[in-house]
Design a protein around this ligand. Sequence first.
Ligand code: V47
Length: 458
Amino acid sequence: MGGVPDLEVTGGGGGAVRAAAAAAAGAAADVAAAVRGASGVLPTAYVRSDITPSGVGTGDGAAKGVGDGAASVAVNGATSAATSVAAGGARVALDAAPEIATRDSRLAAVWAKIRAGRRLDLADGLACLESHDLLALGRMADAVNRARNGDRVMFVVNRQLNPTNLCILDCKFCDFAARKGDAHAYEMSMDEMLARITPDLREVHIVGGLHPTWRFDDYLAIMNAIKAKSPAIQIKAWTAVEVDWFARIARTSIESVLERLVEAGLDTLPGGGAEVFSDRVQEILFKPKIGADRWLEVHQIAHRMGIRSNATLLYGHVETYEERVVHMMRLRDLQDETGGFLAFIPLAFQPGNTGIVERQASSIEDLRTVATSRLVLDNFPHVKSYWVMLGEGTAQVALHFGASDLDGTIGEERIAHYALAGSALGHAKEEIVRMIREAGKVPVERDARYNEVGVEIA
Ligand code: V47
């Protein structure tokens, strides 16, 4: 194996970002990333006291456990009975919900339901995804998001770290994973990983493949070394698929794996590996992987132990609208029970060289999915507009379609870029701030647990 393919990011001070995924010779992942200038006058500085937090969990879940701080808020003057769920899972209702005109009668019925404080069902979710009145759908999701988050959009100064792409699984949608001997296969040395942990980072997001020979202790060693180098950094690491794998290779329970991960510095679990909660899609695209029940079980156990987590949906391949909505509703059910989810992240499938679909879902499809998730997931604090997969422009527009988080600076994204994503590999903090302000929103820097960090943003 020829070392770590270089993903070079230049001009990190807010200037051009150029990415060249020069994977080992002949590899498919030769990526030219978007070049964006960071010029322009930045709007007024954000100061913590400018805003009033609302609908954001306390964020100290790992210390206290989740489940505190349930909120019940008036809906259109009436009290919503269905709002007494846990911290992260609190439903927030709309005071003086606006009239939103639409000629789509099914969408109008959805809005009437929301204004009455009633929960959406499968048919409602389908009405949203099937509606041609995208702007009315967007206004609805925006109103619901504003009731929770106002104009604030959160982001984190973070870096993604993918220690290896060697993976025993063979998921049809994944261009990132490799087998030993593949041209693009890599394993980072500890020095290579630590070189990526710089003092400016607040969060490191670590995921990789299910390596054929690494032991659980090897994964723990990565976390321990990162914490030794940078004790204050927060670690968001390992998908439920990896947590399940660790339990298998260490021949122990999920609880014991999570305990050891927390001892090694784990703060939160990322939302990856969920794909689509559908046996049908699993059979076609990710047969050898854990399915919906196990993914949900891992997150349920984590939440019970006080570990907060995220949830993703991979869309834009072979799934149906119904499967998307069912996926959201299963997440909503778990959130009702535990309140442990922080954010939902719709991941737009990057077709790369998979041959599954000819092109990425359109921006219209992206915005529909973001907006629908904001309306269906009434107990999730945040819907994330993941600029890596959406592209920076659509990600900005999604901030008006219900999204309240832009993820972060990312540093060096590999999973989407091995699948030929057109976005940058990473962005300087100034560029993320500019993207949020350009969308007319207020940037709020957060940590991995969605605590506002209260730094003044220039
Ligand atoms: O689990 C793989 C997906 C996920 C492709 O929790 C692909 O804050 C699109 O989960 N096109 C990893 N998606 C990324 C992820 C994530 C990203 C950002 C934030 C968070 C969070 C989580 O990416 C995988 C898989 O579902 N994926 N290949 C692809 N070609």
